[in-house]
Structure formats: structure tokens, C-alpha cells
Design a protein around this ligand. Structure first.
Ligand code: ADP
Ligand code: TYD
Length: 219
């Protein structure tokens, strides 16, 4: 019924916001599905392992196609059926990540080509709302190291890579202001959550959907 995506560079805090939103929607009794990209299906999780394995040699075009293959499967197997069943789907990353990381970060393809490609991969599915958590590369790096999780292959890239990715997100937000909501990710978690919540509530109101369902949720 509603597809909400979260975007930002690694360590921006977008997974924290996706989790917080899910908690809020669950408390309101909304039927919610939360998925992460790449992942969410058996095939997509296996592709994720290939893509994130440290020190693995992956050609940039192969990287673009593998992230997109994982997405095609996730959309067909889980996202589209959930939307058709009237559920709210929260996706931690979606095709804007490919535009930013593979398009700008790796320099594989230009945004116009990618926009057309993404529509084919998702069979025309566009997020209703995309929350872009913007932080500078140094803040994101500090948050990643506080996290304690080991670095994956993508995170081996330096600050200059993340600056290209952040610039691409900035350009995307400028080109699609009706869909992409910018959030200043340097603010505290709860302040950001209030901003996301206010926007989601207004999106639901626009669709005539009150915050009072009786649904379940899963991952
Ligand atoms: P991402 O999913 O974008 O990689 P996470 O949500 O996993 O980022 O957050 C990375 C780390 O930063 C976590 O330790 C999280 O608790 C912390 N964090 C998230 N949002 C904020 C924030 N607004 N301010 C300070 N720390 C944050
Ligand atoms: P993940 O651990 O989920 O990172 P994060 O917590 O920051 O979301 O790893 C996903 C990595 O894959 C991350 O570095 C971003 C990258 N990625 C792409 O390069 N292209 C894509 O299309 C997607 C979905 C992710």
C-alpha cells in the first residue's frame, strides 16, 4: 500500500530510523514489512554475501548487475505481494543506492541510464517516499567504527568514494523533491524520528488511512 525507503551513506543512521519507524507503525497496529537491501529473500541474501565478502574481486558492472538482481527478486517475491496485500513496506536501501554507489561511486553508468534500468528491474515500482539521511563522510566513518561491526567490501572504500556517493544522493534529492525527503542526520535519533513520523503520518492521511489497523509485522 505504501513503499517507504531509507537512504544514506554507510553509518548515516538510516537503519536506526527504519527500525524506529517500524516500531512506531507496529505500536499503531499497522501491518508492516521491513526488508533490507541487498537481502530479504534466499537468493538476495546469497547475492549479498557475494557482494559484501571482503577482498573479493568484483568488476564494477558485475556489482551493478548483482545488486540489481537481488532487488528484482526481492520486489517480485516479497515487496510487490506485500503492497498488494495492503501492507506498509519499509525498505532499508532501494535503487537510489545503486545510482549513488555504482553510478557515482564506481562510475559505472550515468543517472539517466540507471533511472530507466531501475524501472525495468523493479517492473515500474517507485517508492512513495524516500528518507535521505544526510551526514558528512567523517561523521559516518566515526559512527561505523563505534558500531564495532567488521568492515565489509563496500566499506573498504575511502572518504572520497563516500563523498561522491553523498554528492549523488544530493543530486537525486534535488531532482526528485516530491519523493525524496532530506533529513539532517547530525541531529539526535529521536529528533530525526519525529520528522520521519510526521511525514509518514501525513502520507497516510493523504491516502485516507488512519493509524489504527490490527495487522502483524515481520522481517
Ligand atoms: P546505517 O544503517 O546508515 O549504516 P545505523 O543506523 O546502523 O547506520 O547507525 C550507525 C551507528 O550510528 C549506530 O551505532 C547508531 O546507534 C548510531 N547512530 C544512528 N543514528 C544516530 C544519530 N542520529 N546520532 C548519533 N548516532 C547515531
Ligand atoms: P549494509 O551492511 O546493509 O550497509 P548499511 O548498514 O550502511 O546499509 O551493506 C550494504 C552495502 O551495500 C552498503 O555499503 C551500500 C552497498 N550498496 C550498494 O553499493 N548498492 C546498492 O544498490 C545497495 C542496495 C547497497
Amino acid at each position: 500500500m505504501l513503499l517507504l525507503t531509507f537512504e544514506g551513506i554507510d553509518g548515516s543512521g538510516k537503519s536506526t530510523q527504519a527500525r524506529r519507524l517500524r516500531q512506531f507503525l507496529e505500536e499503531e497496529g499497522h501491518d508492516t514489512l521491513v526488508v533490507r537491501e541487498p537481502g530479504g529473500t534466499e537468493l538476495s541474501e546469497r547475492v549479498r554475501s557475494l557482494l559484501l565478502e571482503p577482498d573479493f574481486n568484483v568488476h564494477p558492472m558485475a556489482e551493478l548487475l548483482l545488486f540489481s538482481a537481488a532487488r528484482a527478486q526481492l520486489v517480485a517475491e516479497r515487496i510487490r505481494p506485500a503492497l498488494e496485500a495492503g501492507r506498509i513496506v519499509i525498505c532499508d536501501r532501494f535503487y537510489d543506492s545503486t545510482t549513488a554507489y555504482q553510478g557515482a561511486g564506481r562510475g559505472v553508468a550515468d543517472p539517466a541510464w540507471l533511472q530507466d534500468f531501475h524501472q525495468r528491474v523493479t517492473e515500474g515500482l517507485t517508492p512513495d517516499r524516500t528518507y535521505l539521511v544526510e551526514v558528512d563522510a567523517a561523521t559516518a566513518r566515526a559512527r561505523r567504527s563505534e558500531d564495532g561491526a567488521p568492515n565489509d567490501r563496500m566499506e573498504a572504500a575511502g572518504d572520497d568514494f563516500y563523498e561522491r556517493v553523498a554528492d549523488a544522493y544530493d543530486a537525486l534529492a534535488t531532482s526528485a523533491p516530491e519523493r525524496i525527503v532530506r533529513l539532517d542526520g547530525h541531529q539526535p535519533i529521536e529528533v530525526l524520528h519525529e520528522q520521519v513520523k510526521a511525514d509518514v503520518v501525513s502520507q497516510l492521511a493523504d491516502r485516507g488511512t488512519p493509524l489504527s489497523g490490527t495487522g502483524s509485522s515481520d522481517t
